[in-house]
Design a protein around this ligand. Structure first.
Ligand code: ATP
Length: 227
């Protein structure tokens, strides 16, 4: 992949945690990405029913999480579009904003398996390179099985390396095995509600901001049980 490829890491980030930061670092290092932009979903289409923190707070937490990681930044562009935050619209908008720049959309294995439920999910490879990292024990076997079963809709052709497929317009679909960190935002929220420590699960600056914003958070995640 080219030197100036920019990684786009989308998510709800409710809240951002160390699993997100490490996954993005490992993918960036494996693929030689020039930079990574975390793109929090303003109105996540796939998390209805979940108590999601305000966009501005999730954005601020993402900024704290990546502030010391060279090349990493946070992009608030999904706030500018009304309606649900669809990844295909975000990637199309990035292409219009920065013509000539190639992007690589980064997602975990579970998200790859959910692409058929996303708006134009199996067509994302017409808009950007795609990088899929392992998560929760789903690795290369699950990746190749999914891509082989959906290769026609994804316009993916085998290269001989099961971790690497060709996409239209010279783009690539890559699998990146990463160290497994069993941290999820749901688990962080659950521990938070029960007054348990979240040290080590989220970057320290993120934890401090969550503690400062206890009242705003209680309205969404539920009040903390004091232990
Ligand atoms: P929730 O528990 O609320 O469903 P989440 O922890 O899965 O949230 P998201 O914001 O939905 O977080 O995830 C954004 C991206 O980060 C997705 O591609 C997801 O696969 C990836 N991701 C989340 N947690 C991890 C982790 N522990 N290790 C690797 N990737 C992760």
């Amino acid at each position: 992949m080219g030197q100036s490829l920019i990684g786009i890491f989308g998510g709800t980030f409710n809240p951002v945690h160390v699993g997100h930061v490490r996954a993005a670092i490992e993918v960036a290092e494996a693929l030689g990405l020039a930079a990574v932009e975390f793109v929090p979903a303003a109105r996540p289409p796939h998390k209805s029913g979940e108590p999601v923190l305000d966009f501005e707070l999730r954005l601020a937490l993402c900024r704290l999480a990546v502030e010391e990681v060279p090349g990493f930044s946070v992009n608030s562009m999904e706030a500018d579009r009304p309606g649900p935050s669809y990844t295909c619209d975000t990637l199309a908008a990035l292409g219009r904003e920065r013509p000539g720049q190639e992007f690589c959309f980064v997602m975990g294995m579970a998200d790859l398996c959910n692409l058929p439920a996303w708006k134009n999910g199996l067509g994302l490879g017409r808009l950007a390179h795609l990088a899929v990292h392992s998560r929760d024990g789903l690795g290369l076997d699950a990746f190749t099985a999914f891509v082989a079963a959906n290769s026609r809709e994804m316009e993916a052709s085998p290269t001989g390396d099961p971790a690497c497929w060709d996409l239209p317009a010279g783009r690539r679909l890559s699998f990146v095995p990463i160290a497994r960190l069993d941290v999820s935002a749901s688990d962080v929220r659950e521990r938070w509600r029960h007054g348990r420590r979240i040290h080590g699960l989220v970057p320290d600056a993120v934890r401090r901001e969550l503690e400062n914003r206890d009242d705003a958070i209680a309205a969404l995640w539920g009040r903390r049980i004091r232990t």
